[in-house]
Design a protein around this ligand. Structure first.
Ligand code: CU
Length: 158
């Protein structure tokens, strides 16, 4: 049995509009696991770190569910997760078994989760001006690195 506009007793134009809005709704249906469920990320930071808070806000705006942990001993956190000295920054985060060090843009984390490379994680060493959470009005070029122990490769450049 097919549904015709006559059977539904609505004008064809209405049916057309209903069909169109269903199509449009379908276009907004999440197409991957990331948008279907919020990704949980654990962020370790010192309680007084302002740029860490701003980075957390950046993650939340990009669909991450953030659990923040304040600690006065960031050095131990970095040691526990094996973040080599040359890659260190203010905060350290953990998601899906990866370590995320410093002001890494949300899009690079999403790409990491999508591509799932065999690396320890991502790092933006130091605190470059203009990175997410470091919106000072100045812009320094910086690299997002994949890190593995003492080794790194450029993952993206801004
Ligand atoms: Cu910072």
């Amino acid at each position: 049995m097919t549904l015709t506009s006559q059977a539904l007793r609505v004008p064809p134009r209405t049916l057309f509009l209903v069909a169109m809005s269903s199509l449009i709704a379908l276009m907004f249906v999440p197409t991957n696991a990331f948008t279907a469920e919020l990704k949980q990320i654990e962020v370790y930071k010192s309680p007084t770190c302002g740029c860490c808070k701003d980075w957390i806000t950046h993650l939340q705006h990009n669909g991450f569910k953030v659990t923040a942990h304040d600690t006065l001993d960031m050095q131990t956190v970095k040691q526990q997760h094996g973040v080599a000295a040359q890659f260190q920054s203010c905060h350290t985060a953990i998601i899906d078994g990866y370590v995320i060090e410093g002001h890494v843009p949300a899009n690079d984390i999403k790409r990491l989760l999508r591509e799932h490379p065999m690396v320890q994680g991502l790092a933006v060493p130091g605190m470059p001006q203009g990175a997410p959470g470091m919106e000072t009005g100045l812009k320094q070029p910086y690299n997002v690195l994949t890190i593995q122990g003492d080794h790194s490769r450029v993952y993206s450049h801004y």
